[in-house]
Write a protein that binds this ligand. Structure first.
Ligand code: GRG
Length: 303
């Protein structure tokens, strides 16, 4: 179990840390061991993935899987696949041809620590590893369930997901963009993988359609709130807390929720979205207590 319903609001950080430790244990086992002439690749993959991230997306997968009594081993494999896909996107997002960042998760970005070609290859290797893990029978005995997970992850990562969102992101740098464009960009770039993370638990548990739709709606609102807070942290946060450079959006003249709405309205909007996310969990009653705490964590977080 991630957290008992009785855990107070302050318990969310501890519950997330405990789940993150479990996720990291599985990541350690499933990432390739550095050996042979290609050992540099495995070292680079481990450097990027095992760095101290929040593990927010895999924690979401574990929490939704718990709603449907999915065996922990299955849920952890999918959770790890989600984190690998996320880590790949961060490695590529940081490259000089993208955001050109020097710090991530409190340490030099992968291309700074190693080199650009190694960072490209490590990112390239992380995404197929995610699919390889899902495709393995240990993830779920039913091949149709595994196939559905693979299709959904492909959609979340591809042109109708993260990569599509990244394309819009690059196009709106130094250009005015309206709230509709920014919302679409964030739904693809950030929202799609968060939606996959939430729905994956329901797919593993062969949940009824109503439950899946509720989780999709929760994830949609949560993903947008998460991104707005990410934009706010770029303005109000510190490099120490976030582990990455701050103030870069304004420096680039980038259209973000904060640039368009201002800090106060952006915060109000994030809180409203988190409240909306909670409303979608009503059908799960007390069983969704931890998912509710995660929604509150999203708007209260400082990193
Ligand atoms: C496919 C070439 C190519 C690039 C992919 C999609 C993409 C580029 C990058 C998206 C990565 C990114 C910066 C998304 C914004 C979402 C976001 C807030 C990321 C940071 O997530 P956290 O805060 O990070 O969960 P940690 O380090 O805690 O995991």
């Amino acid at each position: 179990m991630i957290a008992q319903p009785g855990t107070g609001a302050g318990g969310v950080a501890e519950a997330m840390a405990a789940a993150a430790a479990e996720i990291d244990g599985v990541l350690q086992n499933l990432l390739p061991e550095p050996s042979g002439p290609e050992r540099r690749l495995a070292e680079a993959m481990r450097y990027a993935v095992l760095a101290p991230g929040k593990r927010f997306r895999p924690v979401l997968s574990l929490a939704t899987a718990e709603l449907f009594a999915v065996p922990r081993r299955s849920a952890l494999r999918v959770a790890v696949a989600v984190e690998l896909a996320h880590a790949y996107s961060l490695v590529h997002d940081d490259l000089p041809c993208m955001d050109d960042d020097e710090m991530r998760r409190g340490q030099p970005t992968l291309h700074k620590k190693y080199d650009e070609a190694t960072a490209v290859l490590a990112g390239d290797a992380l995404l197929p590893l995610a699919f390889e893990i899902i495709a393995h029978p240990e993830t779920h005995p039913d091949a149709e369930v595994r196939l559905e997970l693979m299709r959904a992850l492909a959609e979340a990562a591809g042109p109708r997901g993260m990569v599509g969102g990244q394309m819009i992101d690059l196009l709106v740098e130094h250009k005015p963009a309206d709230i509709g464009t920014i919302t679409r960009m964030q739904q693809l770039k950030t929202g799609a993988l968060i939606a996959f993370a939430c729905e994956a638990g329901a797919v593993l548990g062969r949940a009824p359609n109503t439950a899946r739709q509720a989780l999709r709606a929760y994830a949609r609102d949560l993903g947008l709130a998460f991104q707005i807070v990410d934009d706010l942290l770029d303005v109000e946060g510190s490099e120490e807390a976030t582990g990455k450079r701050v103030g870069k959006d304004a420096g680039l003249g980038k259209a973000t929720f904060v640039a368009l709405l201002g800090v106060d309205r952006a915060r109000t909007q994030a809180t409203m979205l988190a409240d909306q996310a909670l409303a979608h969990l009503d059908i799960f009653a007390e069983r969704a207590a931890f998912l509710r705490r995660l929604a509150r964590f999203v708007v209260q977080r400082s990193h």
